[in-house]
Every structure is written in structure tokens, then in C-alpha cells.
Design a protein around this ligand. Structure first.
Ligand SMILES: Cc1ncc(COP(=O)(O)O)c(C=O)c1O
Length: 379
């Protein structure tokens, strides 16, 4: 796939809005391909496993598959998507720390071998699986920098690693290595660097004790660029490359895996919405649109995300602080109470770029408001 293919210009979004009902999510494969190739170029020895949960769409899976990419699976539904796309199961890891036995078997039947664990009961579920599985131990890295903390629910204490490794060994199970997810939408590379350095030291210590790991999984958390305040991905990757180079030098035979979701998914989707209502209240204009926080803007609630909603047709008119609200009857359904917009009318179109991550993935049918349709633009 060529990433030099043109991205959709405004006129295309306008044409799409006119021929298709809104709300409309436009998926651009070139955006995902460009981001994936950027990851691969910046960290060539890392196998980047696309976290499907961030954008569980067949189109996104096809884009990554066609780049010979890798996948991070969390559920049986995600396995079904991969099976439909005939993805090589050897390119997949199962990263849900808590699985039912039938989930483990479902993944094994597909051909997945690598599973994340983080507590004794989960390790015990693999008793008897022997060499059919390689376990990866997820360690928590608490920090208060991430937009979404992913160590509150999962990850063993660093001090518990050795006991869990011993437990697995006593059951004739292989621990392939350590994984962590230091948190989603990290504002800097600091915690990733610390975690990689910590893993490097642990692997050196374990090597002295005769324990050799075959992989290190550095998780996700690579940032998307929602605003110019967010660290740019190239800088972020260059910074984590320093400790990774050291690790790679010390352990040249160790595979290094990552699980990026947001940085691949966010730029993949643009959302076209339409104004369906308008009123004035307390000095602000309120615009009611046909998608909201129970739909494609779910990230406002679940992901602490502020999305930029702009007129689809550029305007040079004076702009005002306005409120943009969604279509449901719930008062929480407010997308932005300080949107900067010109005076607009019912029927006008709005556009939100960079809305691919954890948006359609967590949208609901609340109030029977139809979810946005997904349209693929380009190949
Ligand atoms: C286990 C796991 N891996 C990867 C990801 C993707 O993280 P991000 O979107 O921050 O890259 C997540 C996000 O929830 C996750 O839970």
C-alpha cells in the first residue's frame, strides 16, 4: 500500500456528507498505514501489535494485515475479526489479563500461543497446557501522568515477579518475559523509559540466576496528537529508542513487542455530523448535533478526551464560544461547552478529525440514536 495516496480534502468530506446520511465516520487506511510505518521505521526491531480494542474494525485490521503487521487481542470477538481477515495467528498475542478457560481455548484453537498473566489464579488456569503456551507476566507501573491509568486494575507488583515466575516454573509453564502498560496517552516518554530500564535490569539479574527470557512487551500508551500540546510521536519514539537500544544490545535474541492502539487509531477516523437544533442560553449559542457522548464522542466520557468540532466548510466569520450537545435526552450529553464556532445554522455540517481511538469502539445505542455509519475512503 502506498502512503503517498492523497488524504481526503474538505470537498470530499462534503460530497460524502451529501450522499450519505450523517453521522458518518470516514476511515482513511492511508492514515493508519502511515502511522504504522512510522512506528516500524522509528523502532525497526520492535513488533508492533495493533491493539484492536482501540478501533475494532475489519477495515483497520485489513490495513495492518496488508503491512504484514501484528495484533493485540483481548476478546473472542476480536479473534473472529482476525479469523475473517485470515490473519496469521503467529502475529497475535492475547493481552487480556483475566480470561475464562473457554477464552483460552478459543485463542488456542485459532493458533495464538502468547498470553498475558498477572496473578497466581490466572497462571493456574494454564496448568497442563505445557509447551502449547508462552506466558507473559504483566507488571504494574503506577504513574499519575497518563490520561488513562492502566495499572490501577491490572499488573502485578514488581516485587511479586519472582514468586509468579517460580509458580509458573513449578507448573512446567514458560514465562516468555515481562509486559507492562504504563498508561494511555502519555504526555512524555519518561515512564516508558523508566519501565524499559527497570526491565533491562531485571532481565540482567535473572540471567545471572540462569533464567533467560525470549521477549519483552512494552505495551501501548504511545500518544496521539490531539492538540499541539501533545508530544509528537516521532519525538516520543526517538526518546524511548535510547533505553530500547540498550536493551536490544544486551539481549539481541529477545523479541521486543509493543501494543499501540490510540496512536494508530486516532488519525484513522474523521466524523461528519450535522446541526439538528439551535438555541441561545446564558449568552452562548447551543448547537444540538446528530452524534454525541453516547455515540462517536464516547471518548469524552470514557477517555477524558476533548475533541475539536469545526465547521466542515471553512469560514472567516467571527467565532464565539458555543456549546455543542448530542442528540440524546441526557444532560450529560454535552460534547464541548467551549467550542469556538462561527454563527451556524440547522443543517450545516461539522467535522471532527482524529476521533478514531476508543470512539466507535465504545459507542452505544442509548435512546435508539443510530450509531454513525463507517465509510472507507481510499485503499
Ligand atoms: C492491554 C492493552 N494493550 C494495549 C492497549 C492500547 O493502549 P494505547 O491505546 O494507549 O496505545 C490497551 C488499552 O487499553 C490495553 O489495555
Amino acid at each position: 500500500m502506498s502512503i503517498t495516496a492523497l488524504l481526503a480534502p474538505t470537498s470530499i468530506f462534503l460530497d460524502l456528507a451529501k450522499i450519505s446520511e450523517t453521522p458518518l465516520l470516514v476511515y482513511q487506511p492511508v492514515e493508519v498505514a502511515a502511522q504504522y510505518q512510522l512506528l516500524t521505521k522509528a523502532l525497526p526491531y520492535v513488533e508492533h501489535h495493533f491493539a484492536i480494542k482501540s478501533l475494532p474494525s475489519a477495515a483497520a485490521i485489513k490495513t495492518i494485515r496488508d503491512l504484514d503487521g501484528y495484533f493485540d487481542i483481548a476478546t473472542n470477538g476480536e479473534i473472529d475479526l482476525l479469523r475473517d481477515a485470515q490473519v496469521n495467528p503467529e502475529h497475535c498475542i492475547h493481552t487480556h489479563p483475566i480470561k475464562r478457560l473457554q477464552d483460552i481455548n478459543y485463542a488456542l484453537d485459532y493458533g495464538v500461543k502468547h498470553f498475558i498473566v498477572e496473578n497466581p489464579a490466572e497462571i493456574l488456569k494454564f496448568r497442563g497446557f505445557g509447551e502449547r503456551v508462552v506466558l507473559i507476566l504483566r507488571v504494574a507501573f503506577e504513574n499519575n501522568l497518563a490520561a488513562c491509568n492502566l495499572s490501577a486494575k491490572f499488573g502485578c507488583a514488581q516485587a511479586d515477579c519472582r514468586d509468579l515466575i517460580q509458580l509458573a516454573q513449578s507448573l512446567n509453564l514458560t514465562i516468555g518475559g515481562i509486559s507492562f502498560h504504563v498508561g494511555s496517552q502519555m504526555p512524555s516518554s519518561k515512564v516508558h523509559q523508566e519501565a524499559i530500564n527497570w526491565a533491562n535490569n531485571l532481565y540482567l539479574e535473572l540471567q545471572e540466576e540462569g533464567i533467560f527470557f525470549s521477549l519483552l512487551d512494552i505495551g501501548g500508551g504511545f500518544p496521539a496528537r490531539y492538540t499541539s500540546q501533545d508530544i509528537d510521536l516521532v519525538t516520543f519514539l526517538a526518546e524511548i529508542k535510547l533505553p530500547l537500544d540498550r536493551f536490544h544490545h544486551n539481549f539481541p535474541d529477545c523479541r521486543i513487542l509493543s501494543e499501540p492502539g490510540r496512536c494508530l487509531a486516532a488519525p484513522a477516523l474523521s466524523l461528519i455530523t450535522q446541526i439538528v437544533g439551535k438555541k441561545y442560553k446564558n449568552g452562548q449559542t447551543w448547537y444540538y448535533i446528530d452524534d454525541g457522548v453516547y455515540g462517536s464522542f464516547s471518548g469524552v466520557i470514557y477517555d477524558h478526551q476533548r475533541h475539536i468540532v469545526a465547521p466542515l466548510i471553512n469560514s472567516t466569520a467571527h467565532c464565539y464560544s458555543s456549546v455543542i450537545a448530542g442528540p440524546t435526552c441526557d444532560s450529560i450529553d454535552i460534547i464541548d461547552d467551549q467550542a469556538i464556532l462561527p454563527d451556524m445554522e440547522i443543517g450545516d455540517y461539522l467535522i471532527t478529525h482524529n476521533i478514531g481511538a476508543y470512539s466507535m469502539a465504545t459507542a452505544t445505542d442509548f435512546n435508539f440514536v443510530p450509531r454513525a455509519k463507517l465509510l472507507v475512503f481510499g485503499q
